[in-house]
Ligand binder design. Structure first.
Ligand code: GLC
Ligand code: CA
Length: 560
């Protein structure tokens, strides 16, 4: 049975923008809102329905804007509030919606609330954060996502405050109802400005075990360790129910929560249709399995078998109960073509195969800037070319291990750094790739002279054109959005085959996610299906091949 309940955000294809790296209008080397606005024709050409932009609020930029100093103003590097208002207007006049990023778990230590919180224990804002008094050393041994203890001592108060991320990002105290209401009021302020949705940052960590137990065994260089005491704990659902009731329920605003390390069962608690909490969540299982566990020096690449297994699991578990989100990239992850495709010989084919996966499953697809032209990981040769706080903390952790050479450490950074996704958007082959006329805040990927938007637009067989075609298909066939997911067994590890069953149409999708030609043992394609789209130019008209070539993607259609 196809999903019956239609909403705009189920039908939308969402494009994620990291504004610092998208387009610079005033040539200071940093992307900004007017720059973003100058590219709206391009976004419309691509065919997307909504933008998610990462934080543009005023911030000291310890974590590129995820450390918010003032939620109600725009960081000068990005422009003005007037620019923001114009952006919302411009987007709406083109029928594009805007999803803002909201940081819930923490603020900047330069936020007015935190400055007041540090004045004295009696200050009402003191209880907006999580302070603990402890006699000998930090209250417990949890470690921050960015390395080191989660506790920072404040001499004046003789207390520690908790920060799951950097020292400059103190955690907010969600147990405090006044703090919660103050957050809701600010969210409503933006909704009144015309914002259409929220991506809720680091959502699963809001409720901490405030007895602060020590984690039993010690593992020196684990990042973000201690998670069982702050991830997915039940009070978070009370907060979300309240937020839903006070902020979202009576407005047409969509929500997507960032929830790392969750199971499908957890996801149903956050986003189940009956739960009245969130519309959707981002789950990271393919990444958690490879990047989130084991030794950080192990090679980071996601094999086809994991993609196949994890996507099948989530499609099946959420069907009819909650709506999936689909993404292969974001600003915290390596580039998908490098991580799960092949960024050498098969770059184009594998980028298109991954695009096919992303846009033919059930759920709302997100495309991260540059993904649509097959941008690859950056591989800067020196650590000082990197800008990301988490990258430096990985580097420092690895430096402490005596057995690793600089070269080995850089290999880990190349594979895992969040800056892989943050190098400037590659618009054309001019100096600085058309992103700016000034040296950008972060280096370009050396391959911009061949991989760029202008080239992709000019080549009808490009990755960009293929994305556009797939996006258009989703518009033309609501069954591709709502149709149910039915796996179609293939014993070959590299081959992922499935059907989508809609009201009017059925689809059969066959993907080879590996480098070798394989037998296509599945004969769905023979059963009256007609070729619809594929990434090898001779596919149309050759509908019955029993071989599937390296990174080949085929989509078939038939009327029910
Ligand atoms: C989320 C963001 C990431 C940020 C972190 C702390 O994971 O995506 O970029 O560093 O939250 O706000
Ligand atoms: Ca700028």
């Amino acid at each position: 049975m196809p999903d019956q309940h239609r909403t705009w955000w189920k039908e939308a294809v969402i494009y994620q923008i990291y504004p610092m790296s998208f387009m610079d209008s005033n040539n200071d080397g940093i992307g900004d809102l007017p720059g973003l606005m100058s590219k709206l024709d391009y976004l419309q050409y691509l065919g997307i329905d909504a933008l998610w932009i990462t934080p543009v609020y005023d911030s000291p930029n310890d974590d590129n804007g995820y450390d918010v100093r003032d939620y109600l103003s725009i960081a000068p590097q990005f422009g003005t509030m007037k620019d923001m208002e114009t952006l919302i207007e411009e987007l709406h006049s083109r029928g594009i919606r805007l999803i803002m990023d909201w940081v819930l778990n923490h603020s900047s230590d330069e936020h007015e609330w935190f400055e007041k919180a540090c004045l004295s224990k009696d200050n009402p804002y003191h209880d907006y954060y999580i302070f603990q008094r402890h006699e000998n050393g930090p209250p417990c041994n949890w470690r921050s996502m960015f390395g080191g203890s989660v506790w920072q001592y404040v001499e004046k108060l003789q207390e520690y405050y908790l920060h799951l991320y950097s020292r400059k990002m103190p955690d907010l105290n969600w147990e405090n109802p006044e703090m919660r209401q103050a957050v809701y009021d600010m969210m409503l302020w933006w909704i009144n400005k015309g914002v259409d949705g929220y991506r809720l940052d680091s959502l699963a960590t809001l409720a901490k075990d405030t007895s602060f137990p020590n984690v039993p065994s010690s593992k020196e260089d684990g990042l973000g360790w201690g998670g069982r005491y702050f991830l997915n704990r039940s009070p978070v659902h009370e907060y979300l129910k309240e937020m839903n009731e006070r902020v979202f329920s009576s407005r047409d605003v969509m929500t997507v929560g960032e929830t790392g390390f969750i199971s499908p069962e957890d996801a149903l608690k956050y986003a189940g249709y009956e739960r009245k909490e969130l519309d959707t969540v981002f789950q990271f299982e393919i990444f958690d399995r490879i990047l989130g566990t084991g030794d950080i020096t192990e090679p980071a690449s996601i094999p086809p078998a994991v993609l196949k297994q994890v996507f099948t699991l989530w499609q099946e578990k959420l069907q009819d109960k909650a709506w999936n989100t689909l993404f292969l990239e974001n600003h915290d992850l390596p580039r998908s073509v490098s991580l799960m495709g092949d960024d050498g010989l098969y770059r184009e084919l594998s980028a298109k195969a991954l695009a096919t996966l992303l846009l033919t499953l059930q759920g709302t697809p997100y495309i991260f800037q540059g993904q649509e032209i097959g941008m690859t990981n950056v591989n800067y040769s020196r650590i000082d070319s990197y800008r990301d706080i988490r990258t430096f903390s990985i580097y420092d952790q690895l430096k402490k291990r005596k057995n690793l050479s600089e070269e080995e450490i850089m290999k880990v950074i190349h594979q895992r750094s969040r800056d892989n996704a943050r190098s400037p958007m590659q618009w054309n082959d001019s100096v600085y790739a058309g992103f700016s006329k000034q040296k950008p805040w972060i280096s370009l990927n050396a391959n911009y002279s061949s991989i760029n938007v202008e080239n992709e637009m000019g080549n009808p067989n490009s990755i960009l054109h293929y994305y556009r075609d797939l996006i258009r298909l989703r518009k033309n066939y609501p069954d591709l959005v709502y149709g149910s997911f039915v796996p179609s067994v293939s014993s070959n590890e590299d081959v992922f085959t499935y059907c989508r069953h809609g009201k009017e149409y059925d689809f059969f999708i066959a993907l080879n996610l590996g480098k070798k030609e394989q037998d296509l043992e599945n004969h769905e394609q023979g059963k009256n299906y007609k070729p619809l789209i594929g990434n090898y130019s001779d596919f149309i008209g050759k509908d019955n091949s029993e071989k599937i070539r390296p990174y080949e993607a085929r989509v078939f259609i038939k009327k029910r």
